[in-house]
Ligand binder design. Structure first.
Ligand SMILES: [Zn+2]
Length: 182
């Protein structure tokens, strides 16, 4: 898990309207980060997370959107009565830790998808470039062939004109106008 992303998300969470309305969320964010740093949170792979209790050794909570700890429920496990202080809107440190880890994982997946898309686009651009380069090479080859054919044609023209020039002049040719009067 990417701790930098989690710290950024936690910082963003501290600056929300919800946090401004419920300043008691701040120490719970601190504790959530502690849980994550201690690696006391594990992904169960079914959308739920198991978070170790920070106060009771051996106890753990399964968090699936909500947490069953006293801070989240607002009910004392000993007396069964409402607690005087508890997490705002059920956002205990366990749930905050899960939200942070889940969101960071989502972002990592999204980044991976973006990267894959960029790589696909690059591969497509490379393919187009190669196709264009191939077409250009072929066109240049054809031009060279046409050029060579033209050169050959000109050479035979030149040969023809040279052979014509080699022909001796006609012997009985008379100057123009010499037959006009006897
Ligand atoms: Zn909890």
């Amino acid at each position: 898990m990417n701790l930098t992303t989690i710290l950024l998300l936690a910082e963003a969470g501290r600056n929300t309207q919800f946090a401004a309305d419920h300043p008691e969320i701040q120490p719970r964010i601190d504790n959530a980060l502690h849980i994550i740093r201690q690696d006391h949170i594990s992904d169960n792979g079914d959308g739920t997370y198991t978070v170790k209790s920070q106060t009771k050794i051996g106890e753990q909570y399964t968090v699936n959107g909500v947490c069953s700890c006293p801070d989240a429920t607002g009910i004392s496990p000993k007396t069964g009565k409402p607690l005087t202080t508890f997490a705002p809107k059920g956002r205990c440190k366990h749930r905050i830790a899960v939200d942070l880890v889940r969101k960071a994982a989502e972002l990592a997946r999204h980044q991976q998808q973006c990267l894959q898309r960029a790589e696909d686009q690059l591969a497509f651009a490379r393919h187009q470039y190669e196709a264009a380069r191939h077409a250009l090479v072929q066109a240049m080859q054809r031009m060279a062939e046409a050029d060579a054919a033209q050169q050959a044609a000109c050479a035979s023209c030149l040969g023809l004109s040279l052979s014509l020039a080699d022909e001796p002049p006609l012997r009985n040719a008379e100057p123009a106008g010499s037959r006009s009067a006897p």
